[in-house]
Unconditional design. Structure first.
Length: 276
């Protein structure tokens, strides 16, 4: 191994250690006693303890940690299903079907990607308030079923455009209409893009704090990001140890979800359309 390769590997390992240190510190701090949490930057304290996790499982505010886990899971899975279904249908329409106004509509959709979320926040809040949906999960899930995440629509459109049109023509000769072509030809080959959409939808929804803070008012409907603030607000003295312990627990589903589907992130169109 040449000196240049050794230097390059050393730089990469140093950068990796720098990036992973906050995660290691978070996990280690979750086992520190309360008096050591902010007193040292060392990942592990002098006397590791599991009291922080015990306090988390005893209950956060009025409800147990599993209650907040269930709320987050409900919102995140709803976002995943909504984005996968609606964005796939919208992408198929833009990528394969011919209809009047397709170009301007696709361009208008692309413009929404550059729109800051805060610009449409107040109009959306007014709409959901008039529909009596504030303080429910609907404002967090319902827009996902309307293909409002233009990034995922664009991702799938670009993927669909790489598929040979001969597959559509062959399916049409076999008697398939547009719905049949989508179901039997496009949808199976779209799986890598669908999995990518599902992964990012789950992560973004699970970690979302701002939208949930705006629409959810009662602690009964709080998700994990909102429940974390209870460790600061529920007492005059902040409970940083249990807060870090709950943060570690909140990271576990994201890590497991990513590990289960990471291979699909790099999967391309590996089938020829005649396999099977």
């Amino acid at each position: 191994m040449t000196a240049r390769k050794v230097l390059w590997h050393g730089i990469v390992l140093a950068a990796l250690a720098l990036l992973l240190y906050p995660v290691v510190w978070l996990v280690g701090t979750s086992f520190k006693p309360a008096e050591e949490v902010l007193s040292t930057l060392s990942p592990l304290g002098d006397d590791p303890t599991t009291d922080n996790y015990a306090q988390v499982f005893d209950g956060v505010g009025e409800f147990g940690v599993w209650h907040y886990f269930g709320n987050s899971l409900l919102v995140s899975l709803g976002a995943v299903v909504g984005n996968v279904v609606s964005c796939a249908l919208a992408a198929y329409a833009f990528g394969r079907l011919h209809f009047r106004g397709r170009g301007p509509m696709f361009g208008f959709m692309m413009i929404t990607i550059m729109l800051p979320h805060h610009v449409v926040l107040i109009p959306q809040y007014v709409i959901f308030q008039q529909l009596d949906m504030v303080n429910t999960f609907w404002p967090l899930v319902l827009p996902k079923f309307l293909a409002t995440d233009a990034f995922f629509v664009f991702l799938m459109v670009q993927f669909i455009r790489t598929l040979p049109r001969e597959l559509d023509e062959a399916a049409t000769l076999d008697g398939c209409g547009p719905a049949g072509v989508f179901r039997h030809v496009v949808l199976p080959l779209l799986r890598p893009a669908l999995i990518t959409t599902a992964i990012f939808s789950f992560i973004w929804s699970w970690n979302d704090f701002f939208s949930q803070l705006i629409y959810l008012n009662d602690a009964e409907r709080f998700t994990l990001p909102l429940a974390l603030q209870l460790f600061i607000d529920q007492a005059t003295q902040s409970a940083f140890g249990p807060m870090f312990a709950m943060s570690v627990l909140a990271l576990l589903p994201i890590g497991l979800f990513f590990l289960a589907f990471q291979r699909f992130l790099v999967e391309g169109v590996a089938t020829s359309g005649v396999k099977g």
